[in-house]
Design a protein around this ligand. Structure first.
Ligand code: E4P
Length: 218
C-alpha cells in the first residue's frame, strides 16, 4: 500500500519524506488556501516545490469546472513536472476530461467520490486514481469503509487498473482498515501517519531494555 500525505505544508511533506515512507502527495484548493498560497503563479510554483521534495505522484487540483477550461488548466498543471497528477472533480465534464487526459497518457485523480457508481465511471474513463472520501462519509453517519470495499470488489471483478486512493482519512484506524480492505493508496494528514508509530508497550519495553543495559554496563 502506498502512503501519500494530504497537505500543502512543505515542512510536513519534508518530515514524511525524511521518515522514508512517503510515496506521494495530494493537495486540494482548501489545503493550498490553508498554507496561504494564493494566485496562479504562486500556486504553480508551490506545486513545483512539492515535486522537488518527493519522488512520487503529486496531485494538483483544477479549479475550472467546464471541459474546455479544465483541459487548459490541466495541461498547464501537467507541464509543471512529470510527477503531477491532474486532480479532476467527479462531474460530467470532469469525467470527459479524465478520458481526454487518459488518451494522452497524462495521469489523473478523480476526486470527491462518494459512491461505487462514481468510481466505476471514473475507472471506465481511464482514471489513474479514484479518491473516495472516507472521513466525510463517516461524518454523516455513512460507512466510508464499506464504500472502499465495494470499489475494491468492482475493480477486482474487471481487473480495472485504476488505483483506489482512500482520501479524507481522519485517524490511524482508517489507515489500518484501508490496508485490510486492500486500498492501493491512502492519503492522510501527517498526524495519522505518525500515530502508527506509537504503542505504550514499545515505550515501556525500550525503557526497560535501556535501563537493563545501563545496569550491566556500569
Ligand atoms: C484528498 O485528496 C482530499 O482532498 C482530502 O483527503 C479531503 O480530506 P478532508 O475530508 O479531511 O478535507
Amino acid at each position: 500500500m502506498k502512503f501519500f500525505i494530504d497537505t500543502a505544508n512543505l515542512n510536513q511533506i519534508k518530515e514524511a519524506q525524511n521518515l522514508g515512507i512517503l510515496d506521494g502527495v495530494t493537495t486540494n484548493p482548501s489545503l493550498m488556501a490553508k498554507e496561504g498560497i494564493t494566485g496562479k503563479e504562486n500556486i504553480l510554483d508551490h506545486y513545483s516545490k512539492i515535486c522537488n521534495i518527493v519522488d512520487g505522484d503529486v496531485s494538483a487540483e483544477v479549479i475550472a469546472t467546464d471541459f474546455e477550461n479544465i483541459i487548459i488548466e490541466g495541461e498547464e498543471l501537467a507541464n509543471i513536472n512529470p510527477q503531477i497528477v491532474i486532480k479532476l472533480p467527479m462531474t460530467h465534464d470532469g469525467i470527459k476530461a479524465t478520458k481526454y487526459f487518459s488518451n494522452k497518457g497524462i495521469k489523473t485523480n478523480v476526486t470527491l467520490i462518494f459512491s461505487a457508481g462514481q468510481a466505476l465511471l471514473a475507472a471506465k474513463a481511464g482514471a489513474t486514481y479514484v479518491s473516495p472520501f472516507l472521513g466525510r462519509l463517516d461524518d454523516i453517519s455513512t460507512d466510508g469503509l464499506n464504500l472502499i470495499s465495494e470499489i475494491r470488489e468492482i475493480f477486482d471483478n474487471y481487473n480495472f487498473q485504476t488505483h483506489i486512493l482512500a482520501a479524507s482519512i481522519r485517524h490511524t484506524m482508517h489507515i489500518i482498515d484501508c490496508a485490510k480492505i486492500g486500498a492501493d493508496v491512502i492519503t492522510s494528514p501527517l498526524s495519522s501517519i505518525s500515530g502508527l508509530l506509537n504503542h505504550p508497550l514499545t515505550d515501556i519495553g525500550l525503557e526497560k531494555f535501556l535501563s537493563d543495559y545501563k545496569k550491566g554496563n556500569k
